[in-house]
Design a protein around this ligand. Structure first.
Ligand code: GLU
Length: 460
């Protein structure tokens, strides 16, 4: 890797996947998969472009835009667009890599991709957002399409941005097609898509609870980080299922409920409007009933919780924070964010899982536990192809089933490929990584993307 620039986030995601493959019997059983790994870890194509637009003061502004088309063996490239000043190729390659395996775990026909720009939506007027989205799509539109590459939202890109980009695509290409997901409900969007990542995360954790024999969400204390779309709907679903949500956060700080205090659905809804206006959590009118800790994440401050759901961004749980969660008796940690935990944090959780049997913490990686968002994007694509809309109940039931399958698949694959001690919970991180990897590389082998003798075809 010496002739390419350092890509810390991508290297972290790559090493995380490879370490779990190496610790399993996968390469012993299928040595040819080492060749597959070399091929699958390089994106099929990367598109980089400049985005020039005019701000409200009439000044020229320029940003860097990207689309990483990582893998299309299972379907059109699929994955969100992130608008955030931190966006660079390392971050988008990590996200595209993770997305490829995540999308495989949904069981739907979607390849993996990710894109975005180093544009900061914070403080921008609606007209600036519209102008940026149009300028961005003007450059991207020739590289995407309903059967080629279907972007969606991610950090900094919600329904409004998807709308402006969809309109720009439609006008530029003279084509109304399902080229983006997360669209408005009246023009091709799917019911439950806004809720899907958060709801799916909670459905996944319900499966973990059932398998571990630890009841349901009813009566559990849940710590959530973030306050965007994923955090909001995860919180609302937890509350609906009888749990108590005791934290939320943003990049400026966190709100912690003390004593009997907790977030109500009405408060979450108010926070949603605060966030839509891209204001900090301190603008939430109910904040005085909570403790606000500036510049902090919730994990070391939240005290005893049963469930921790990182729903903000990558690397938002450090080794020390992981240890604090373990020390406070947390039973389940599942990522709503992509790569929410650092490798050191995962090592803490996995270490405890191995030594403490069924009473230990159980960690679920984002590529399994947060796949509900992209899964409902896949359902939106299916509805667009049919020119039909499914009911809320239909989509929700399909989402539940997809999350159950993603959990079962990770679990069974871990049991098959990873030796475990008596009473140990299977490693969901290893099982999900292996299951996603095998599905993608088998499809690639069938299609001649790589070759070699002896490797099973179609995962048989
Ligand atoms: N950005 C979301 C993710 O990380 C959703 C992607 C999509 O719907 O295409 O999975």
């Amino acid at each position: 890797m010496s002739n390419i620039p350092s890509e810390p986030e991508f290297e972290q995601a790559y090493k995380e996947l490879v370490s779990t493959l190496e610790d399993s019997t996968l390469f012993q059983k299928n040595p040819e998969y080492r060749t597959a790994l070399k091929v699958v870890s390089i994106p099929e194509r990367i598109i980089q472009f400049r985005v020039v637009w005019e701000d409200d003061a009439g000044n020229l502004q320029v940003n860097r835009g990207y689309r990483v088309q990582f893998n299309s063996a299972l379907g059109p490239y699929k994955g969100g667009l992130r608008f955030h000043p931190s966006v660079n190729l390392s971050i988008l390659k990590f996200l595209g890599f993770e997305q490829t395996f995540k999308n495989a775990l949904t069981g739907l026909n979607m390849g993996g991709g990710k894109g975005g720009a180093d544009f900061d939506p914070k403080g921008k007027s609606d007209s600036e957002i519209r102008k940026f989205c149009s300028a961005f799509m003007e450059r991207l539109c020739q590289h995407i399409g309903a059967d080629t590459d279907v972007p969606a939202g991610d950090i900094g890109v919600g329904g409004r941005e998807v709308g402006y980009m969809f309109g720009a695509y439609r006008r530029l290409r003279n084509q109304w097609e399902g080229v983006l997901t997360g669209k408005g409900l009246d023009w091709g969007g799917s019911l439950i898509r806004p809720e899907a990542t958060g709801f799916g995360l909670v459905y996944y954790v319900e499966e973990m609870m059932k398998y571990a024999g630890k009841g349901s969400f009813a009566g559990k204390r849940v710590s959530i980080s973030g306050s965007g779309n994923v955090a909001q709907y995860a919180a609302l679903k937890c509350i609906e299922l009888g749990a108590t949500v005791v934290s939320l956060s943003d990049s400026q700080g966190c709100l912690i409920a003390e004593g009997d205090a907790h977030f109500t659905p009405e408060q979450i809804e108010e926070i949603a409007t605060v966030k839509l206006a891209r204001k900090p959590l301190t603008a939430f009118s109910g904040k005085s009933s909570f403790k606000y800790i500036e510049g902090a994440r919730p994990w070391v401050h939240v005290g005893k919780v049963d469930v921790a759901l990182p729903c903000a961004t990558q690397n938002e749980v450090s080794k020390e924070e992981a240890q604090a969660l373990v020390d406070n008796g947390t039973l389940f940690i599942a990522e709503g964010s992509n790569m929410g935990c650092t490798q050191d944090a995962i090592d803490v959780f996995e270490g405890v899982r191995k030594t403490k049997g069924s009473g230990s913490i159980w960690y679920a990686p984002g590529k399994a536990s947060n796949c509900g968002g992209v899964a409902v994007s896949g359902l939106e694509m299916a509805q667009n192809s049919q020119r039909l809309s499914w009911t809320r109940e239909e989509v929700d039931e399909k989402l539940k089933q997809i999350m159950r399958n993603a959990f079962d698949n990770g679990l069974k694959t871990a049991i098959e490929y990873v030796q475990s001690a008596e009473g140990e919970l299977p490693s969901l991180v290893a099982g999900s990584n292996i299951a996603g990897f095998v599905k993608v590389v088998c499809a690639m082998k069938d299609q001649g993307d790589w070759w070699g003798t002896g490797a099973p075809v179609n995962g048989a």
